[in-house]
Design a protein around this ligand. Structure first.
Ligand code: 6PG
Length: 236
């Protein structure tokens, strides 16, 4: 596990973007034809996508061999700016245009409730046995990751891709990968900034298994990027 503490959110977004581009380039240089990345929502993840979009044109990466997946998505209309893929689409630029993008289904309004379960099942089928090279996760102040919330039904729902209802973080309905899939990732990357994340980050880094973030890890590596505010409760 690595923990990198940087001055502020901008520095975190830049560091994550540079490492992501380096990792994808290294995988392709090693002969890997297909690279699988799982993205998430949230402010610092979206800021990281903007940096990736800005830096990508200067890198020798074949984006047509890169698959973009999501670890969670809000169950809202496809054109809603509340969607997690909305921030990725606007920030990633040429990466979005050239990569193989596997968006989670959107609520088309026809079956707002039963459609959610069908959408989760559809994404499970699309995902198949895919193993992510990198699964990027934000961190909630309560220690949630993706749409897995501590003490909430989402933590106990069996399966690999699940429907989440009555989410403590709006909007209420979501689709989420479970830890079964997240922890199959070769690398899990956490990004968190702001003092409101300090307690959750410290608990997760101490392996507090009362939190979904405390139970998430890569099969090979787990990397954390924090700004100084979010690192404020770490044991020094
Ligand atoms: C979502 C995200 C969620 C997010 C964290 C951190 O759907 O909201 O997937 O898991 O990553 O809540 O969000 P912030 O970085 O905006 O605090």
């Amino acid at each position: 596990m690595t923990v990198e503490v940087l001055a502020d959110a901008e520095a975190v977004a830049d560091a994550v973007a540079v490492r992501l581009l380096d990792r994808v380039a290294a995988l392709q240089a090693s002969g890997r034809r297909e690279v699988h990345l799982a993205l998430t929502g949230g402010t610092i993840a979206t800021a990281s996508y903007e940096r990736v979009g800005a830096l990508a044109p200067g890198r020798e990466i074949n984006w047509s061999g890169v698959h973009l997946w999501w670890s969670d998505e809000r169950w809202v209309a496809a054109d809603s700016d509340e969607r997690n893929d909305h921030g990725a689409r606007s920030g990633l630029g040429v990466v979005w245009e050239q990569a193989r993008v596997h968006q989670m289904p959107a609520d088309d309004g026809v079956n707002p409730d039963s459609g959610l379960d069908a959408a989760a099942a559809d994404y499970d089928r699309e995902l198949g046995e895919t193993i992510f090279d990198i699964c990027l996760l934000g961190l909630g102040p309560d220690g949630h990751i993706a749409s897995l919330f501590p003490g909430h039904a989402s933590e106990r729902t069996p399966g690999r891709v699940i429907a989440v209802r009555q989410s403590p973080k709006p909007p209420p309905s979501r689709i989420s990968l479970t830890l079964e899939v997240i922890n199959n990732s070769v690398e899990v990357w956490f990004v968190a900034t702001g003092a409101e994340k300090a307690d959750a980050a410290a608990r997760a880094l101490n392996g507090d298994d009362a939190l979904p973030s405390g139970r998430a890890h890569g099969s090979s590596r787990t990397n954390w990027w924090l700004d100084e505010a979010a690192a404020g409760h770490l044991d020094t």
